[in-house]
Design a protein around this ligand. Structure first.
Ligand code: GDP
Length: 295
């Protein structure tokens, strides 16, 4: 099942309830089963799914007598519970003014990592922070130029070394130089990788250990299907992922992958990528995201 079907499946289950205004506990249980199945098929953690369903049922039982519009109450509970699921209970990293905040970006190749590094630099630059970019991707041909061009476009300092083959050396040197230039947000773009390539995961760990970033942001294509949970978990296992940015939420995707990303990384989603342009970055609000997910 494609994750984007999640919203539709949940809505379908709720629609069935709508047909019968006076539904009872057995009908709500039936609807909850369908919702559970949709979430499980979307690789959402089984404990979260059970909890969501238990909470909604409990609310129904407690308030049934006073419910004027049962359908609405159930719909609202689903929104509330999904919003809760998106709350990782962990505060995202708080940038510190006047300090060199080193932010490392990781993610699979093609997720939108390089683009997102530049969007992130631009977002904070517009808010008055001194931001800069480092290309520590020596794996993908063209990544140096891509990030360089983006840095020129948004007018932020850039560090890269086209002749150096060791990404760890580039990252370390780049941080050193940009620190000296009083950059407040130093963003490191690392090489994208495919899930099967363990040596590339090792490279990411080496950069992480050498640079000790203040924050590690996992960039994930929000339109990825079932793979979301495993991907996010693999990155979380390799490095200390602190927060998540979901990209490509401008297409058909409604972004059910966010639920999996939060569950797998136990980290908050902080931004959404909503297009290919430099300004297409939205800060993440759980409740409006869930409303969008449910259409
Ligand atoms: P990387 O391999 O992870 O560094 O990915 P890139 O940053 O090179 O992006 C891969 C492709 O995805 C490029 O064509 C980007 O323009 C595109 N892309 C990145 N973010 C978004 C987004 O939020 N929406 C859309 N539609 N495309 C995006």
């Amino acid at each position: 099942m494609v994750l984007n079907d999640l919203g539709k499946k949940i809505n379908d289950a709720l629609q069935k309830l709508n047909k019968d205004y006076n539904f009872d506990e057995s009908q709500i249980k039936k609807a909850l089963k369908e919702i559970q199945l949709a979430l499980l098929q979307s690789d959402v953690n089984v404990n979260y799914v059970k909890q969501l369903s238990d909470n909604i049922l409990q609310k129904f039982k407690m308030e049934e007598g006073q419910m004027i519009n049962k359908k609405k109450v159930i719909q609202q509970s689903v929104v509330q519970e999904l919003t809760k699921m998106l709350d990782s209970k962990k505060q995202p990293f708080q940038l510190k003014r006047g300090k060199p905040n080193v932010i490392m970006f990781v993610g699979l190749q093609g997720a939108g990592k390089t683009t997102t590094c530049a969007k992130y630099a631009n977002y904070w630059k517009k808010k008055g922070w001194r931001t800069s970019l480092i290309c520590a991707d020596t794996f993908r041909a063209g990544s140096f130029n891509q990030l360089y061009q983006l840095a020129m476009k948004i007018r932020v300092p850039f560090y890269g070394n086209i002749t150096e083959t060791d990404p760890v050396a580039i990252a370390v040197e780049g941080v050193k130089i940009l620190q000296k230039q009083n950059s407040e947000i130093i963003i490191i773009d690392t090489s994208g990788r495919h899930m099967q390539e363990s040596e590339l995961f090792d490279e990411m760990k080496q950069i992480y250990s050498a640079v000790c970033p203040n924050e590690c942001i996992f960039v994930m294509d929000g339109s990825n299907g079932q793979a979301c949970f495993n991907q996010a978990q693999a990155f979380k296992k390799a490095v200390e992922v602190g927060s998540v940015i979901l990209t490509k939420l401008d297409g058909h995707s409604k972004g059910g992958g966010a639920l999996s990303a939060v569950a797998a990384t136990e980290s908050p989603v902080i931004f959404l990528g909503t297009g290919e342009h430099i300004d297409d970055l939205e800060s993440f609000k759980a409740e409006s995201f869930v409303r969008r997910l449910l259409g």
